[in-house]
Write a protein that binds this ligand. Structure first.
Ligand code: PA5
Length: 410
């Protein structure tokens, strides 16, 4: 379903890949690998029913979370732009006063609910946002407020879990064996996605198809992409630019940056993941890419079908703008030519460029793409000798901040 093309020779070490896949399946944090087949169907149905309930009584659902408890669903909602009576708003992904005031202005007197998402249940940014928004909910709905709070957290522990049990909030689970940045296909992503109007059945089915495409196939797109990344890193290409010609993919790229950055940047190693949206960024970073340092490789995300109503350059009586040669051509044709021109220019400039092709911008394809990146990321981290499932570096700023804020014990 997902295709990978590269001009770079990629030789897969089949036995090493098999070993890594076995490792992933037996890793205590490898639960995402089989998730498209093994997910909890009873919870999935509860998510669908809860989504309908929220759509019936809320103009807004405020999703509170950060990192893996935020970026995955935001990425898919932005990319798919689904329709729903309930609009998703986001909180708890920064400590900005302006952002929070802006959110409160948008909420105004409207009916709203909260989905607070934190696997650990102890992350400061979402915990503070939850406290603030819970107060607003209580002010508006009194003792009925708790009926509008949906908590997605660990199955058994953490401050959020304990509060949810004590206050009787509806609870959803991020399974023990799935870490934050691999959790988009769990309730952490699925509840906001279902409320936003995304067809989560199709999403899971796309992920299952991509999982199946990797079983017993050592030449799959994900395996070749992961192998290429690890090979390029050995040759000192330590910056990857993920590029899309669709602005709606900006947050998908943000999710990829988190997935790869937190999974691979360890032990003073790793590829620095960054992203661009073209053609916009050809007019800003284009010069550096064409002529700057040669430690960068580029991965283009492209769709084989446009999937949106065509827009055609109109015919005009006069050719004052000199665009007669484009009359009758679609915008998608222009975008495709821009992509081909960019690939050729960057290859000429000495950048290794590869392409990931996705059928179209729909739930099934994006479900497959999520799984593709999760698998590629875990494989390429392991090929480079790092653990893709921990994030010891993230703890450093947290400890400092707790100390500066006077948290007991820090
Ligand atoms: O991938 C990760 O583990 C992190 O990005 C977490 O998702 C992030 O730190 C939020 O953690 P939590 O869901 O525990 O609040």
């Amino acid at each position: 379903m997902i295709k990978f093309h590269s001009d770079i020779d990629v030789t897969v070490d089949v036995s090493r890949i098999r070993e890594i896949i076995n490792d992933i399946q037996s890793d205590p944090m490898g639960g995402w690998y089989d998730l498209p087949e093994t997910y909890d169907h009873a919870e999935f149905d509860k998510i669908q029913a809860t989504a309908k309930q929220i759509q019936n009584n809320s103009k807004y659902l405020v999703c509170i979370g950060i990192g893996g408890s935020y970026l995955g669903h935001r990425a898919l909602i932005d990319a798919l732009q689904p329709k729903s009576p309930t609009k998703i708003l986001y909180a708890g992904n920064s400590l900005s006063t302006r952002e929070l005031n802006c959110l409160l202005d948008t909420l105004g007197d409207s009916d709203f609910s909260i989905n607070v998402i934190s696997k650990s249940g102890t992350t400061t940014e979402p915990a503070v946002a939850f406290r603030l928004l819970k107060a607003k909910l209580q002010e508006k709905y009194g003792n009925k407020a708790s009926e509008r709070i949906f908590a997605t957290t660990d199955a058994r522990k953490g401050a959020l879990y304990e509060e949810a049990v004590a206050e009787g909030y509806a609870r959803f689970v991020v399974p023990d064996n799935i870490g934050g940045r691999y959790s988009v296909l769990t309730a952490a992503g699925l509840l906001p996605l279902a409320v936003a109007g995304v067809n989560i059945d199709q999403l899971m089915s796309g992920a299952a198809t991509e999982r199946a495409a990797n079983l017993d196939n050592s030449e799959s797109a994900a395996i070749r992409y992961a192998t290429m990344r690890a090979d390029l890193l050995k040759k000192n290409y330590d910056v990857e630019i993920l590029a899309s010609f669709e602005p709606c993919m900006q947050y998908f790229e943000e999710w990829c940056k988190q997935l790869f950055g937190e999974s691979e940047g360890k032990d003073k190693q790793g590829i620095f993941p960054t992203s661009v949206i073209y053609t916009t960024d050809l007019h800003s970073l284009g010069q550096y890419l064409q002529d700057g340092r040669r430690n960068i490789f580029e991965t283009m995300l492209r769709f084989s079908e446009e999937g949106a109503p065509a827009v055609t350059v109109p015919q005009l009586a006069k050719d004052l703008d000199g665009l007669k040669y484009l009359e009758g051509k679609t915008l998608d044709f222009l975008n495709t030519k821009a992509l081909e021109a960019t690939v050729a220019a960057h290859r000429d400039g000495g950048i290794p460029v590869s392409e990931i092709t996705i059928p179209t911008l729909d739930e099934k394809s994006l479900g497959a793409l999520v799984y593709f990146f999760e698998l590629s990321c875990a494989l390429s981290a392991k090929l480079s000798g790092v653990n893709p499932f921990d994030q010891p570096g993230v703890e450093a700023y947290k400890r400092n901040m707790f100390h500066l804020l006077g948290k007991p014990g820090f």
